[in-house]
Design a protein around this ligand. Structure first.
Ligand SMILES: [Zn+2]
Length: 94
């Protein structure tokens, strides 16, 4: 992963070592109809936008339910940011 990857902005502060879990997207505040991936800004929403067939219905979210990360960016940045992922129910934690 290059240091000048276009997706890298100022996520280090809030996402370094972030604890994430895989969730279906829901509005952080009632009335919000979408969020964006913290890195690539792909849409997260509860349906696929007509003008964005790439909209995501699920993704990785931080403990505060505020920051969403798509699977692709998670895979690309997990090493750099040291993301920790909650294991599925009944599974031992990593
Ligand atoms: Zn992304």
């Amino acid at each position: 992963m290059a240091d000048d990857d276009w997706r890298l902005q100022a996520q280090d502060r809030c996402l370094q070592g972030a604890h994430l879990r895989w969730e279906t997207w829901w509005p952080y505040v009632g009335g919000w109809d979408h969020d964006h991936c913290e890195f690539c800004w792909v849409h997260f929403c509860d349906h696929v936008f007509e003008d964005d067939p790439n909209s995501k219905l699920e993704g990785f979210v931080t403990d505060d339910n505020y920051h969403w990360i798509c699977r692709e960016c998670f895979e690309d940045f997990r090493g750099r940011f040291g993301f920790r992922v909650e294991a599925p129910e009944g599974q031992p934690r990593e």
